[in-house]
Design a binder for this molecule. Structure first.
Ligand code: AMP
Ligand code: ZN
Length: 512
């Protein structure tokens, strides 16, 4: 049972089942997420992964847990070395630059800061100690590398034959792996599926001193060493994109359990599905990679979060224009309702009205029910689309109630407005991370996006000044009871993407 007294279910990649979440220590959660390799700007797929980890973190905090969240940056990698050589700078300069850039994107996307942000280069002693421990425990061996830069340096391999539970996460069988790897000719390995824990240095590559000569760590060992340093031999939850299940996470389990002798290393494995672009996987060869930087510059953090989190983290999804429109419209509706609620909340004068009090009494019950349902959706394997549908329903209900005659001028309306805002901010804002901003900022951004889009598509648009001029002409026409002209102006505006709304307070307009 969680601190909020609701049972939490999480789909464990290991069992493919929703499992009841039980933390190792009551009230505490230890979680680790595999972060990006820092050799360039991250793309929106990487951002989806980071946002999934952030979602879990925010969720556990909302459910009252004391959370320790570790996220790494892979700053030793072939791609980094290649980039550094191309740019004639050091690997260190490449990684420092891109860590700073990635952090800018994360901040724009509203991601929370983990408790520990780790890098491989800062954990070399821990990595070397762990590799030594695995050798000591008889689950890794060294091999000569006579062609290497330092002929005395050795390569260290993990011996999967010494780890019978290899395959526990991905379900892969040792025999199949062996068969699959038959073509590989690496005489240094005892089993073709053995993987490298430590690689001898090559000319022009960064390297570190170790008991096996100068070298650098294999890819997988970094996460084992960093997770064990900050979270201990066992953690509650480990996250990554679905491509990391095999071999990265399978190997991480093998390394950590071989070094510490503790099983299981991780109680709950969670993986987000991939994000594709208009039906295609994002890839360099297709030239359809969208950087998080460009996407966030265009849409901002809240639309991005609304788009990503209106899909369950385990469902693959495709960004296409229809989905973008849906996310923008959803966010607009939420903030329009919030704006109205803020106006009602700010009212100084109120007049009791028995019919309206009854309506709002019903709405207050809806608020309670929505709050509870939103939390139930979160507790059900982080069902964010379910939680969002609850808040959209509540916003519709708010609009319906506030449209009742005299309803917004009553004392209970003020209480109801306050409650509605609290449900948005406390339940949606805390976990999904939308709804806490000032409505005008978000609604203004949406208007900007729509104008830009219309211009890009070559549609006829109007400037704010032109719209105001037409509205003045319409007011004049109406004052002269020339309703035909007034309607013509309304139609002309609509044709140019501007919708107007008349209310007792005057006429407002939005771009659609
Ligand atoms: P990398 O920098 O390639 O190690 O990726 C960083 C994180 O992004 C990992 O957790 C990957 O699994 C994840 N990832 C990469 N591409 C995508 C994608 N298209 N959709 C979702 N997650 C992704
Ligand atoms: Zn990792």
């Amino acid at each position: 049972m969680s601190v909020l007294n609701k049972p939490i279910y999480i789909t464990n990649t290991k069992s493919h089942k929703k499992e009841l979440f039980q933390p190792i220590t009551p009230g505490k959660v230890k979680m680790y997420s595999c972060g990006p390799t820092v050799y360039g700007l991250i793309h929106i797929g990487n951002l989806r992964a980071a946002m999934t980890a952030d979602l879990f973190y925010r969720f556990f905090l909302r459910f009252g847990y004391d959370v320790t969240y570790v996220r790494n940056y892979t700053d030793v990698d072939d791609k980094i070395i290649k980039r550094a050589n191309e740019e004639k700078v050091t690997s260190d300069q490449v990684t420092r630059r891109y860590i700073a850039e990635v952090e800018k994107d994360y901040a724009l996307a509203g991601l929370s800061e983990p408790n520990h942000k780790t890098t491989v280069t800062d954990h070399m002693p821990e990595i070397i100690t762990m590799v030594g421990k695995i050798i000591e425990n008889g689950k890794a061996y060294t091999a000569d590398d006579p062609q290497g830069f330092d002929p005395t340096a050795k390569e260290v391999f993990f011996a999967i034959d010494e780890f019978p539970t290899y395959g526990q996460l991905s379900g892969k069988k040792l025999e199949d792996l062996r068969a699959g790897e038959r073509v590989e000719v690496n005489s240094k390995k005892k089993n073709p599926a053995d993987f490298s824990l430590w690689k001898p240095a090559k000319v022009g590559e960064p390297s570190w001193d170790s008991p096996w000569g100068k070298g650098r760590p294999g890819w997988h060992i970094e996460c084992s060493a960093m997770a064990c340093k900050w979270l201990g031999d066992r953690m509650d939850l480990h996250h990554g994109g679905e491509d990391l299940v095999f071999p990265h996470h399978e190997n991480e389990i093998a390394q950590s359990e071989a070094a510490t002798g503790t099983h299981p290393y991780v109680n709950y494995w969670v993986h987000n599905a991939f994000l594709n672009f208009d039906g295609e996987k994002m890839s360099k060869s297709l030239g359809n990679i969208v950087s998080a930087r460009d996407f966030l510059a265009q849409y901002g953090g809240e639309i991005t979060r609304m788009l990503f989190l209106n899909v369950h983290y385990r469902s693959q999804f495709d960004i296409n224009p229809a989905m973008m429109d849906q996310a923008i419209t959803n966010l607009e509706r939420l903030y329009e309702a919030k704006k109205k609620a803020e106006e009602v909340r700010a009212k100084k004068l109120s007049m009791p009205d028995p019919r309206a009090e009854q309506v709002w009494g019903g709405f207050m019950i809806d608020c309670d029910r929505a709050r509870n349902s939103i939390l139930d959706h979160y507790a059900n394997d982080l069902n964010t689309p379910g939680a969002l549908s609850e808040i959209f329903t509540l916003a519709r209900e708010w609009n319906r109630c506030s449209a009742e005659p005299n309803a917004v001028n009553t004392p209970t309306a003020i209480l109801a407005a306050n409650e509605f805002i609290k449900v948005i901010e406390e339940e949606i804002g805390s976990v999904i991370g939308v709804g806490r901003a000032a409505p005008d900022a978000i609604l203004g951004k949406i208007q900007e996006i729509r104008l830009k889009r219309a211009q890009n598509e070559g549609r006829e648009t109007l400037t704010d000044g032109e719209i105001e001029t037409l509205l003045q002409q319409r007011r004049d026409a109406r004052a002269q009871k020339n309703f035909k002209r007034s309607d013509e102006i309304r139609d002309e505006l609509l044709l140019k993407g501007v919708e107007i709304k008349d209310s007792p307070q005057g006429t407002t307009w939005v771009r659609k």
